[in-house]
Write a protein that binds this ligand. Structure first.
Ligand code: AMP
Length: 209
């Protein structure tokens, strides 16, 4: 199945851009972090195993990620947009072996700006809408526009977990940039603009009107 991948440091806007793209081209958006958080919310066996790993900012083991992905794919969709996968060399190899990768979009952002953005992130625990105090603030402070619930910060958006997640990105995910570049799959998009400008650039890189 044709696949587009969003790669980038936490806070670079992968989720936002992947969602916009899935609405435009009707590919299935697979956000691994969301899948894992749904398992935690459902208190499933997987959820119980991964909660402490995620809250500490560590990566979940590869085989569990593969299991989650294969059980989530909708074969009726014309393609897949991965957001948050792959994050390790083993995952990248799995991706290349099992999916027809069209393009890997690298959203480029410095750690400093990513950290500021992540500290401003807010989520709705009820309807899962996402906000950011800096770029997409709710109309009423700390209240979800969609369903009126109180907004919260993610457990792994604490300063300690953010540092650990950046470290994982540097060690495990950063080397994938070279791997995809060598295969001529990588397209770089600066991620320090408005959501609309970044999306326009993503579409340009994908030759979409
Ligand atoms: P995210 O919502 O993308 O920031 O992901 C939240 C957390 O889920 C990460 O910090 C990891 O603990 C875990 N996670 C998400 N994607 C992956 C992946 N591809 N491999 C391993 N762990 C992952």
């Amino acid at each position: 199945m044709e696949t587009i991948v969003f790669l980038g440091i936490q806070g670079s806007g992968k989720g936002t851009q992947a969602l916009l793209l899935s609405q435009k081209i009707h590919y299935q958006h697979i956000n691994i972090g969301d899948l894992l958080r749904a398992q935690i919310a459902a208190q499933s066996d997987i959820g119980k195993r991964v909660k402490s790993v995620i809250d500490a900012g560590n990566l979940v083991q590869d085989d569990l990620i593969f299991e989650l992905i294969s059980s989530s794919i909708d074969p009726a969709c014309p393609g897949i947009i991965f957001d948050g996968f792959p994050r390790t060399k083993v995952q990248a190899e799995h991706l290349l072996e099992h999916f027809r990768v069209k393009t890997v979009i690298l959203l480029e952002l410095t750690e400093k700006i990513a950290q500021i953005r992540m500290g401003a992130r807010l989520n709705c625990p009820n309807c899962k809408a996402t906000y950011n105090k800096l770029s997409k603030a709710p109309k009423i402070d700390m209240i979800c526009d969609e369903c009126g619930s109180n907004l919260v910060q993610r457990d792994d958006d604490s300063p300690e977990a953010i540092q650990k997640r950046f470290e994982e990105f540097r060690l495990q995910t950063f080397p994938l940039i070279e791997l995809f570049e060598e295969r001529h799959l990588l397209k770089r998009v600066p991620a320090n603009g408005s959501i609309e400008d970044i999306f326009a650039e993503v579409c340009r890189k994908l030759d979409l009107k």
